[in-house]
Design a protein around this ligand. Sequence first.
Ligand code: FAD
Length: 303
Amino acid sequence: MKIKNLFEEKKTPVISFEVFPPNEKFTLDSLYETIEELSKLSPDFISVTYGAGGSTRSRTLEIATHIQKHYSIPTLAHLTCIGATTQEINSLYCDLSKNGIQNILALRGDMPHEMSQETLDNSDFGYASDLVEHIRSQDKECTIAGAFYPEGHKENNDLMDLLHLKHKVEAGSDFLISQIFFDNDIYMDYVEKMHKIGINLPIMAGIMPIVDAKQIKRICSLCHCSLPPKVERMLERFSESPSALKEAGISYAADQIIDLISRGVSGIHLYTMNKVDVTKEILRRIEHIRASEKNLSGVEGEV
Ligand code: FAD
């Protein structure tokens, strides 16, 4: 199933989950148990992250193939091009295609610690838009998604980043997924700017539930994502009680999603962090919203 068709066919917000491969020291068994549980929540697709620079790379293919084979849930395989040659990308893309994966999230990636300057210099790809263009030239039919940053990408100011995003879209992207954010107004303002410069693809909002104060602060500083005062207060108040923070984090994520759906977003991409209980609880809290969206669009079925 090509994910690009979902937005047209479903007529309701597309709901997807992101999972990441465990470190190579661990087996895939526990991730497969996680995926088994996540599949019961009927996501429209599941994406599998990719370790830029080698680590967990082959696992992305293995996990994506497993999901499609066992659950018939469309899979979006992340693929980064930093330090890669055309030959390497062609070989990876060929493996994905052979295993029936027709959906790629085309990324540049960040420079991994272990990558040498020489590898970087020998790469055939400078930016994600080069990867999008290359894959599109090889395959007109597959789905290609791209990433975007509602608060701007860490290496560029807002305006330049928007123009680069437009170029990535024109290179052949089918839809976009956002970086995490905690302020829906910032997200909607950015989406408006995207519309103003002619980016009119389906756009998915990336939501990450807060379950760990230290972890979220680290992720936010790496991802150039701000924490609104409401979230700062939450982190401060519940810092000594992991269960209280988890409850508050789940509520915050569910509220964000409800607000975004009521503002008419095309989709929600949930960064699950491989946590079944948290994902289940968020989905439970929006189950009537999902059902009501289906009724509004005339699509039959229970959630
Ligand atoms: P690009 O779109 O290439 O942008 C990178 C920077 O280059 C931006 O500042 C942009 O403005 C600038 N730029 C683009 N084109 C030009 C140009 N022509 N000239 C000058 N500057 C330019 N990382 C992983 O390693 N594995 C993953 O699985 C992964 N999944 C992700 C999923 C999502 C939804 C998101 C939002 C990010 C993900 N990342 C992942 C992180 C991502 O790789 C980093 O954020 C990386 O820094 C940028 O990747 P990109 O594809 O957005 O790059």
